[in-house]
Design a binder for this molecule. Structure first.
Ligand SMILES: Cc1ncc(COP(=O)(O)O)c(C=O)c1O
Length: 381
């Protein structure tokens, strides 16, 4: 019998390796919560919020049940709703646009820059025009720090000022990255992040947070996340949500935050080795001067229709890949009726056919990475 031996599949993201490193620290943290039984907004939630705010250099971090809820809370705190337009990229995870619809507003899509995958500042005036032409009031812009790379926050701030827009930074993938030496968390009016397990700073379930320097907005966020509470939860002063971070998840996150800077360094070293090994066979991600990425994904581009063949060749060698994102939002059934900025979305369309993400996590050892690089080179040359 001819038995084909295949190399074992490399994990795309290895949460088990991180779990092993954290070891008893997590067990102890979770056991503490199990002992005091304050499962909702317990002491670990408050402690984690303060650690998170310090980490990002923000005055406030208000945790909640998911990254999607963080964006909803931010929009609600700014009073954005029916008749308002929220400008956002089309080449992103659906939640970025979904939240506009959830609060009754309308997303208006803008293109991204093909080199950074992040919002193309030059497209913002055209999106403002498209919003107005559709009878909407442009109110906010949600830039995304896609794949972990900080967006061009000075450019976004200038465009937002010129058009009177709030800025809500969707840092679900980029939290921990820096722009001109400052960590994401204080760019724009509010910053939102996700603690979904696969995110660079993830928990063991769902979770999210909103960061802001504004005391009043922080109070509003705390009210909205608990049913619009006033002096207590049975004093209801506005319509809100039930969106709290579980105390157990906060306990886990405090432990993970301690090793996060070290993990970011490890991700960066891996990204540098990928770039060295692959820059001559594919378009590797470019990181503009003064910006950093936390490498939520390591996404290369393969032009000329070779992307799917590369995915198949790598799979055959035990190397998993992922396509983020195969269909830009303006082509999705749920979003295709929404306005598109003047200038169109050519880069978003092109990227959807060219991008492919390679395994990326802080515990990817050098031999495994060499295996991935070699297999990719073999498939592309
Ligand atoms: C860019 C972006 N925004 C928002 C979200 C939503 O986060 P969550 O899955 O925690 O709701 C995600 C992650 O899934 C994301 O990648």
């Amino acid at each position: 019998m001819n038995v084909r031996t295949q190399a074992p599949m490399i994990p795309f993201i290895d949460l088990a390796a991180q779990r092993k490193r954290l070891g008893a620290a997590i067990d102890t943290a979770v056991a503490r919560v199990l002992a005091h039984c304050q499962f909702i907004i317990g002491p670990e939630v408050r402690a984690f919020e303060s650690e998170l705010a310090d980490f990002a250099g923000a005055r406030h971090a208000v945790s909640c049940a998911s990254g999607t809820d963080a964006l909803v809370l931010a929009l609600r705190a700014l009073g954005i709703g029916r008749g308002d337009a929220v400008i956002c990229p089309s080449f992103t995870f659906c939640a970025t646009a979904e939240v506009a619809v959830l609060v009754g507003a309308t997303p208006v899509f803008v293109d991204v820059h093909p080199d950074t995958f992040n919002i193309d500042i030059a497209g913002i005036p055209g999106a403002v025009d498209a919003a107005k032409a559709a009878g909407l009031t442009p109110k906010a812009i949600i830039p995304v720090d896609l794949f972990g790379l900080s967006a061009d926050h000075d450019g976004i701030a200038a465009a937002a000022k010129a058009h009177g827009l709030f800025v809500i930074d969707d840092a679900a993938q980029g939290f921990g990255a820096t722009y001109k030496g400052r960590r994401l968390g204080t760019f724009g009016d509010l910053t939102c992040t996700s603690f979904f397990p696969a995110k660079p700073l993830g928990c063991y379930g769902d979770g999210g947070a909103v960061l802001t320097d504004d005391d009043k907005v922080a109070d509003l966020l705390r009210s909205i996340r608990v049913h619009g509470q006033g002096s207590d939860k049975y004093d209801n002063v506005r319509i809100g949500l039930a969106s709290r971070l579980d105390t157990i998840q906060a306990a886990v996150l405090s432990e993970k935050l301690k090793i996060f800077p070290d993990e970011i360094e490890a991700r960066d070293a891996i990204a540098k080795r990928y770039a060295e090994g692959l820059h001559d066979v594919a378009t590797v991600p470019s990181v503009p001067a003064d910006l950093t990425s936390v490498w939520a994904q390591y996404t290369i581009r393969v032009a000329g229709g070779g992307r799917d063949a590369l995915a198949a060749a790598l799979k055959a060698e035990g190397v998993p890949t992922a396509i983020y994102y195969p269909i830009p939002l303006h082509r999705q059934i749920a979003y295709k009726q929404y306005p598109v900025g003047r200038g169109g979305l050519a880069a978003s369309d092109r990227l959807a056919g060219e991008v492919i993400s390679l395994p990326m996590h802080p515990y990817l050892d050098q031999p495994t990475q060499a295996r991935i690089v070699d297999a990719t080179r073999r498939a592309l040359t």
